[in-house]
Design a protein around this ligand. Sequence first.
Ligand code: NCD
Length: 307
Amino acid sequence: MRSAIDIVDFSTQEIEDMIGVALDIIDNPDKYAHACDRKKLATLFFEPSTRTRLSFEAAMYELGGNVISVSSANSSSAAKGESVADTVKVVSCYADIIAMRHPKEGAALVAANNATIPVINAGDGGHCHPTQTFADLLTIYREKGTFENLTIGLCGDLKFGRTVHSLINAMCRYTGNKFVLISPNELKLPSYVKKDVLKERGIPYVQTTSLEEVMPDLDVLYMTRVQRERFFNEEDYLRLKDTYVLDMKKLARAKDDLCIMHPLPRVNEISVAVDDDPRACYFKQVLNGKYMRMALILKLLKEAGTI
Ligand code: NCD
């Protein structure tokens, strides 16, 4: 059974095909309005979420399907000690596809190995978040018109930020891209991404603590929140949380066609004054996420023979 656990589960061709479907959905929504009639998506969210859960639900409704959902670990049998494996075996009896978010790295894989329906990883701890990456890719494609020859700045919590790990895995497949990793020393990109992905493939990257210095070079700037929930102590979080705040002053040295992204939620990383700048793409990114989730649900249900 095909699931979506990690971005590496998808070939470049498959990702580009999904982008093609998402663009077609944007142009011809009516064509897809009944594609998933009478099918059910179960959203199992054992960790907080607003846009990811709602965008999966909106995606399924726009495909004509229905949604059943568990919106917190406390309100489900997980609170009684039920394992992820048992939960998804049960949910497989009610639904046609699962989108799951869980605080533990690897939980989505356990779910996929035990479910009899496709499982989509909507974030597993600090590990990865492939559907956010699909949203990010559609945004880069619509804003820049290409995935090649871009200088991509990733700024903030590169250690715990799962969206960053998945995005690097996707963008390093294209030629001519350079990565600029901007973070405090304590929140640098984990070595399993730096060594196994960037170094292994000979992808150019630089590490820096200064956003100001690199600003003029960037084509894409991907800001991230410091992931409070993954810190071992509050003091470290408080010390690091406001290391980078993007404001109009810092943007003065940026390119005119910079694409500013953020997976959201924003805490303090981007000043609200930036929202009105035409380079701010983070709310467009949210909408793009819904279209890509529609394309993914269609793909997995087709491969499962459900539609
Ligand atoms: C991200 C996540 O959950 O990892 N949010 C999202 O899905 N849009 C980023 C974050 O929580 O900081």
